[in-house]
Ligand binder design. Sequence first.
Ligand SMILES: Nc1ncnc2c1ncn2[C@@H]1O[C@H](COP(=O)(O)OP(=O)(O)OP(=O)(O)O)[C@@H](O)[C@H]1O
Ligand SMILES: [Mg+2]
Length: 317
Amino acid sequence: MSHHIVEFQNVHFRYPDGTAALNGVSLRITHGESVGIVGANGSGKSTLLMHTNGYLLPQSGTITIGDFQLGKKTRQEIRKKVGLIFQNPDDQLFMPTVFDDVAFGPLNLGLSPERVSECVHEALETVGCLALGDKPPHRLSGGQKSAVAIAAVLAMQPDILVMDEPASHLDPKSRRALINLLRHFHHTKIIASHDLDLILDVCKRCVIIKEGSIVADGPAEEILSEKRLLEENNLELPLSLQKRDISSGGTMDEITKLHHLLEHWAEHNTEHAKTYRDWSKKAEALGKKELALILKEIADETVAMDNLFKKAMGICC
Ligand SMILES: Nc1ncnc2c1ncn2[C@@H]1O[C@H](COP(=O)(O)OP(=O)(O)OP(=O)(O)O)[C@@H](O)[C@H]1O
Ligand SMILES: [Mg+2]
């Protein structure tokens, strides 16, 4: 699969009881994008996500994932590349032990038993569940089930990671760990959530869906600071922006909004610089000296931008 582009063209889907859940969704996501899908309960988020790996197939319209148009014949191939984490982990965990559940995907990819074991170990370690390998999934707590479901998908090393409410059962520390994990996942991410702070932290782009149609699509920081648009869709400003909204008396004008966005961008800038520096070290350890130097230069330039953010904040209001 060369480009990993996800493209929905005028997709419609109706459940057998007649509920029209998708009403002409068109959406193009390119490789490496991080896209948050938000909207009221019942707006169609899960239905949309279940179409990305062919768990549901469109009744009209087309879905293209990389080189394949989604259909009965191609969905097995597509599932090797698209890792979907369901809203309810019980829909995903069905093997006798946690180990078997996480091993299921890699085994189906035809990996050797040793490689499968490595993948399972790595994935369980990433989500902090290494000690749970022998437990039956139905004996886990809700948060542990979610973490194991995430591990089961990570173990397949997908090119496109699709998550439906990944943090809803997680404690704050595990939620933070998930956010860090997602930030370091550099392939395509599509995440549906009511946790708008998570979306703001992890996604550059945000799509609002209402009654099965896309009603807004743009940079996450812009969409998620549009109080009225959010309220029209049963949503609220992310908590991080609410605090700032309250401190400005709830009347955030454009300049105040820009100031808050500058603060937000500056926070991310520092984190990005750290990521580039970490990868520069990794590249050096891998013997890629020239690449390491370029990454270090990118990190230095990024740090230098801090001054520009401070300057902009200083004269903004
Ligand atoms: N299996 C089903 N059979 C019939 N209707 C369904 C089924 N699953 C979902 N629906 C309906 O399809 C619409 C979209 O549901 P969906 O689960 O995609 O919403 P959602 O945006 O994920 O909601 P939530 O925020 O509650 O997770 C809703 O009207 C819902 O009642
Ligand atoms: Mg849902």
